[in-house]
Design a protein around this ligand. Structure first.
Ligand code: SF4
Length: 459
C-alpha cells in the first residue's frame, strides 16, 4: 500500500511538470512516506529525519520536507515538534494537502494552514513509470483490531473504492501495457460497495462496533439477495470480465491481504473460474492455536482456517498458499507453539513471513503482563523458520523439470548477461535471453533450483 501511494504521489508531481531530483542535495521537495506497522520502520524514519536535520544546516531553507503516511497519522504535529526540520505532516487520506504543498513550493510560498477536510481516500493512479506490474488500491482501513496491530489506529475504519474507478484504472494501465496487477487493501475481502446509494458499505454498526463475521454474513447475504452490494468476489469477477472485454495486456491479477475470517467460498469459486486470477493466495494465519488466535482477536479458529484451505485445494488443486506467522504472543505456551508447526505441516505453505511478537506501543497486547522472554520467542521462531525452509525447498523442488509461465522483469543483478523473471507463485527464475523479452511472458523450462531461485531456459 505504501509503495502504491508513493507511486501516486510521484504521478501527481509529474502531472504538475516536476521531475525526479538526482539526490537530496538538489531536491526542492522531499516527501517521506512512512510505515507504522512495526517499531523498526518508525526507527528508520527517525534516523532519516536526523540526516535531514543535518541537511537543513547545510542547505538552509531551500528545500521543503514533508512527512506523510501512517507515522504522520499516528504522531501528527508531535513529529514536527520533535524534528524541526519537518515542514509539513500529512496524515493518511489527506493527500490533497500534497497538491497544496506542491503549489506552495512552486510559488515559493509557505502554507500556514494545511486544509485537511477535503479527504480523498484513493489516488487516481498508482502507476510507476516503466513497470509491468501495478498496484490498484480498492479499500483502506481495518475494522478488526487484532490486539497486536497498530493499523486500525492509523488507517481508520474500512472504506471501499468505487468499482467504476477500479475499472477505469485498469483501462489506463492496459493502455500503458501493464501485464500484472495487485488488487490491494488492508483487508481486501471486506470490500463492499453499495450500488443503490453509490457509496462504500461498512460492516460497522451504528454504535461504531465491528460486527462479528456471522452478523456480517447475515447483512452481506441480505444485501446480496437484494442485489445492492458489490462484495470482493463480485469485484474480482468484474475485473476479470472487464480484462477480457477490453482485450487488456493484463494477464495476471493478484490480491492482498486477505483476512482468513472473511475469505469466502464465493471468492474461491471465482478464482477457480477466472484463469486471469493467479493461483496463489496469501492468507495470513498468524498462529496455529485457536486459543492464541482468540487472544490475538483474530476471530477465526485453527479448524475454520484448515477448512477454508481444504476447500481451496479441492476447488483449485494447483493453488499455492503463503502466509504470515507470529510466534511468542503473550501467554503462548510451548504446546501452543507446537500447534503452529503441525498446521504448517498440514497446509505446506510455499513461503511464510515469520516474525516474533514485538510489543507495539498503542496496542492492547503491548500492555499484557504475560509477555514471553525474548530468547524464548527467538527459539520458537527459529523452529518455525527451519521447518518453513524445509517445506519451501521440497515444494520448489517439485517444479524442477517442468514448464512454467514467467513474466520477464529485467536483467539479473548478479549476472548482466542473464534475465530474471517471476512465476505466478512469485518465485524468481533466472535464464539466458534477449533484453527485448523484458516485459513479456515466456515459457521457461526449469532446470534446477539454487537457493530460492530457479534456473531455466526459454522454450
Ligand atoms: S486484520 Fe488485524 S493484522 Fe490485519 S490490519 Fe487489521 S488489525 Fe492489523
Amino acid at each position: 500500500m505504501n509503495k502504491a501511494e508513493s507511486s501516486s504521489f510521484e504521478q501527481l508531481l509529474i502531472e504538475r511538470s516536476w521531475s525526479q531530483a538526482k539526490d537530496e542535495y538538489e531536491a526542492d521537495l522531499i516527501i517521506i512516506n512512512t510505515c507504522s506497522v512495526r517499531a523498526t520502520a518508525e526507527n528508520r524514519i527517525h534516523g532519516r529525519l536526523g540526516r535531514y536535520t543535518a541537511l537543513r544546516k547545510e542547505r538552509g531553507n531551500d528545500f521543503t520536507l514533508v512527512v506523510t503516511g501512517c507515522m504522520a497519522e499516528r504522531l501528527g504535529d508531535a513529529l514536527k515538534k520533535q524534528f524541526k526540520v519537518v515542514d509539513y505532516v500529512v496524515g493518511t487520506s489527506k493527500h490533497s494537502s500534497l497538491i497544496q504543498i506542491a503549489q506552495a513550493v512552486e510559488g515559493d510560498k509557505s502554507l500556514d494552514l494545511i486544509r485537511t477536510d477535503d479527504h480523498y481516500h484513493f489516488d487516481p493512479l498508482s502507476y510507476e513509470k516503466g513497470t509491468f506490474k501495478a498496484y490498484i488500491p480498492i479499500m483502506q482501513g481495518c475494522n478488526n483490531f487484532c490486539r497486536y496491530c497498530i493499523v486500525p489506529h492509523v488507517r481508520g475504519r474500512e472504506i471501499s473504492r468505487n468499482p467504476q474507478e477500479v475499472l477505469d484504472e485498469i483501462d489506463i494501465l492496459s493502455a500503458k501495457g501493464v501485464k500484472e496487477i495487485m488488487v490491494l487493501g488492508q483487508n481486501v475481502n471486506s470490500y463492499h460497495w453499495d450500488k443503490k446509494h453509490n457509496k462504500s458499505w461498512s460492516s460497522y454498526d451504528k454504535g461504531g462496533v465491528a460486527l462479528g463475521s456471522v452478523e456480517m454474513d447475515k447483512q452481506s447475504n441480505a444485501a446480496l439477495n437484494d442485489d445492492t452490494i458489490i462484495n470482493f468476489p463480485d469485484l474480482m469477477r468484474m475485473i476479470a470480465i472487464h480484462i477480457k472485454e477490453i482485450h487488456s495486456s493484463i494477464e495476471w491479477v493478484r490480491f492482498m491481504s486477505s483476512h482468513p475470517k472473511d475469505i469466502s467460498h464465493q471468492l474461491i469459486d471465482v478464482i477457480a473460474e477466472e484463469p486471469v486470477i493467479c493461483r496463489h493466495v496469501h492468507l495470513p494465519v498468524q498462529h496455529g492455536s485457536t486459543k492464541v488466535l482468540q487472544a490475538m482477536n483474530r476471530r477465526y479458529t485453527r479448524e475454520s482456517y484448515l477448512a477454508i484451505v481444504a476447500y481451496m485445494k479441492e476447488k483449485i488443486p494447483e493453488i499455492t498458499l503463503t502466509t504470515d506467522i507470529m510466534m511468542g504472543f503473550p501467554g503462548e505456551t510451548e504446546a501452543e507453539a507446537e500447534e503452529v508447526l503441525s498446521l504448517m505441516k498440514e497446509v505446506r505453505f510455499l513461503t511464510s513471513y515469520m516474525y516474533y511478537f514485538n510489543p507495539r506501543e498503542g496496542t492492547p497486547a503491548a500492555t499484557f503482563d504475560n509477555q514471553i522472554p525474548i530468547e524464548e520467542k527467538k527459539r520458537r521462531l527459529q523452529k518455525v523458520i527451519d521447518l518453513q525452509l524445509l517445506i519451501t525447498r521440497e515444494e520448489m523442488s517439485k517444479r524442477v523439470g517442468k514448464m512454467v509461465k514467467v513474466l520477464v522483469d529485467g536483467v539479473s543483478k548478479a549476472n548482466k548477461s542473464e534475465l530474471v523473471g517471476h512465476t505466478e507463485q512469485e518465485q524468481q527464475v533466472v535464464f539466458e535471453g534477449d533484453i527485448a523479452k523484458i516485459g513479456s511472458f515466456e515459457q521457461i523450462y526449469i532446470q534446477s533450483l539454487q537457493g530460492n531461485t530457479f534456473r531455466g531456459r526459454i522454450i
